[in-house]
Write a protein that binds this ligand. Sequence first.
Ligand SMILES: Cc1cc2nc3c(=O)[nH]c(=O)nc-3n(C[C@H](O)[C@H](O)[C@H](O)COP(=O)(O)OP(=O)(O)OC[C@H]3O[C@@H](n4cnc5c(N)ncnc54)[C@H](O)[C@@H]3O)c2cc1C
Ligand code: SF4
Length: 326
Amino acid sequence: MKQFQYVRPANQQGVLAAIAQPGTKIIAGGSNLVDLMKHGVMTPDKLVDINKLPLRNISGISNGLHIGALALNSQVAEDQQVKTKFPLLSQALNAGASAQLRNMATVGGNMMQRTRCPYFYDTAMPCNKRAPGTGCGAKEGFNRMHAIFGFSDKCIAVHPSDMCVALAALDATVLIQGRKGTRHLKFADFHRLPGTTPELDNNLAKDELITGVEIPNNNFAQHSYYLKVRDRASYAFALISVAAALDIQNGIIKDARLAMGGVAHKPWRLTAAEQLLKGKPATVASFEQAAQVAMQGAKAFKDNAFKLQMAPASITEALTHAAGLV
Ligand SMILES: Cc1cc2nc3c(=O)[nH]c(=O)nc-3n(C[C@H](O)[C@H](O)[C@H](O)COP(=O)(O)OP(=O)(O)OC[C@H]3O[C@@H](n4cnc5c(N)ncnc54)[C@H](O)[C@@H]3O)c2cc1C
Ligand code: SF4
């Protein structure tokens, strides 16, 4: 591993000043960044440890819930307010990684984790995300885990987070602090599609800090479900995941939220399927229709054609569970 400096500023001002310098990188739980540094994929000159900042709180706000960027994944998953008001988020977090990792991983770090594309991790291979302009090893190589939506000629990687799929479905807002002030970004606009700049995973500037996320109140707590399909029962990233949330009144769907993981460079919100579900009876037939609509525009590669069948089946299953029909 390349030698690096380490600082642990006592306050936010100190962090913002430190990350404005070139070659610096924030470290929170370290569970992704240190791995990437060991592989030589990320080579910062200086780590800026943000653990002294008071960003670990989970608290109710007038219209929802605030979660600090340093709240641990395990802490959020087990929080009583989260479990009661946003069980979808709790389920998604518990589907990720292992108990030990969830005890280290933070909300901000989870949002910023890098793709698990094996070519990105292997510095001997071409990868436009790791080394822009070198090509994409996965396109013609082994692409079983890769995208079926929103990919580009430059990169076909998927975003690996479970938590982010739930936060996209829950219409969360990301709170961001820079030296020029605070800004709020809709969760759906935080991560990016690869386009011609796959090296950029999201719309956070290099000198900005995520301070938290806010989730607005909703009526989905009774009818939500996070489904994760993976190779092993635990400790594996999603082949496909679905966050489904329904507001059902007298058997009719009043409102719906759907997002998928493991299919695109960002959590993939299924807005056309959500629209189709509104006003429909909460039946398997409605869910199958929504799943078909959700798949419009999907395209597979050599090794991931199975996702074209697995995705609609998973959407139907997640909605059926959310509706309480199984
Ligand atoms: C074996 C293994 C299995 C895993 N399985 C899953 C899984 O199934 N599902 C899943 O979702 N995740 C999984 N993970 C990923 C894990 O959830 C992430 O490693 C973790 O969430 C990252 O959080 P961290 O605090 O450790 O981030 P760090 O490693 O400290 O940082 C990650 C990145 O975030 C940046 N960063 C951190 N905090 C901030 C902030 N506040 N503002 C701006 N930038 C910031 C850092 O600069 C760095 O680039 C797995 C990880 C491992 C090692
Ligand atoms: S899919 Fe993206 S991350 Fe994977 S090799 Fe291609 S450019 Fe790199």
